[in-house]
Design a protein around this ligand. Structure first.
Ligand code: MN
Length: 193
């Protein structure tokens, strides 16, 4: 059985980019529902006893959708901390971003464009290949780049439930504002180089 993760910050901590009300629904209702749904689907299935990552790699249909959404939201919610105007990666991740994308600003522009341009519900991801090469991918629905053999580092949720209460139809503005919240120490740990 899986449990809903606790948020590593107070409900108001991400304001004004993500309101306490959005967090209450997004984490307390949507994320919780994926956990409840998966726990109801697992007993007697071939996925019982596997880790979340293993389930996402092997399953399809409703099991995949719910397991993927749990994993995606676990990675999403734990990459944030309170807003900081000047906020950028450091160390080897910063160097790799500059090497591959030209600059952090060019990387941000490409990442936001891929999130804004994703049709319908899904996620935009920064991931790493085994050799450390960075890749930006768009995933529809519950998709996670680990099914492509990539290690997920950072993600923006572009499902409307992630931003509609605070930003309505202004998805690109919401995505640009999310940079203030990124905990680059956590993303750097995921990169691990
Ligand atoms: Mn979501």
């Amino acid at each position: 059985m899986f449990s809903l993760i606790d948020l590593p910050y107070a409900p108001e901590a991400l304001q004004p980019v993500i309101s306490a009300q959005t967090l209450a629904f997004h984490h307390g209702k949507h994320h919780q529902a994926y956990v409840n749904n998966l726990n109801a689907l697992l007993p007697g299935s071939p996925y019982e006893g596997l880790t979340l990552e293993e389930i996402v790699r092997r399953s399809d249909g409703a099991v995949f959708n719910n397991a993927g959404q749990i994993l995606n939201h676990n990675l999403y919610f734990t990459q944030f901390r309170s807003p900081k105007a000047e906020n950028a990666p450091t160390g080897s991740l910063a160097a790799k971003i500059a090497e591959q994308f030209g600059s952090f600003e060019a990387f941000q522009a490409e990442f936001v464009a891929k999130g804004a341009g994703l049709f319908g519900s899904g996620w935009v991801w920064l991931s790493a290949q085994e050799d450390g090469t960075l890749v930006i991918t768009q995933e529809s629905g519950a998709g996670n780049p680990l099914t492509r053999g990539l290690r997920p580092l950072l993600t923006f949720d572009v499902w409307e439930h992630a931003y509609y209460l605070d930003w309505q139809n202004r998805r690109p503005d919401h995505l640009k504002a999310l940079w203030q919240l990124i905990d680059w120490e956590e993303v750097g740990r995921r990169y691990g180089r």
